[in-house]
Design a protein around this ligand. Sequence first.
Ligand code: GRF
Length: 175
Amino acid sequence: MVSGNGTNLQAILDACKQGTLGDEVVLVVSNNAEAYALTRAKKHQVPTLVTGQEPEMIAALQNADVALICLAGFMKILSPVFVRTFPRRIINIHPSLLPAFPGLQSIRQALEAGVTTTGVTVHFVDEGVDTGPIILQEKLDVLKTDTVESLTERIHQLEHRLYCQAIQKIAKGEL
Ligand code: GRF
């Protein structure tokens, strides 16, 4: 599920194509018709759904018989009904070492707080915001010279690897 650029989706699509995830993307759901992530999905011949309505999303995900729902820059908070419909089957990637810097603008928050270490978290989605059980976390040094842009670039590189690693673990039944 996406709302924007979709670089994490791209990493997942590429890993599926290479066969490293042992799985496939069967549907991409976006609440934003302009999301570039939709173009990425179409290039990989993956069906897409654009809607802001949760009942429509739930029906499409159920019809596609999804084993796992990956939020990848999905910028809308899911309702308790949605979360309870797919228990332990929704995961999210977040650009900080949760529970530090939840919510929006996490990379900027970390930089402004002056931390020397930040990182990336993949976690199960529960009814809170960025609060669910953690699956994987990896640290990243913040450099003295870092700007929001340079740190974002390195965080994204790390995200792409860590998200695929987490999905692989789930696909292998290791969690
Ligand atoms: C990522 O930084 C992710 O951690 C956050 O939203 C961003 C999405 O980036 N949840 P992209 O759309 O995958 O490029």
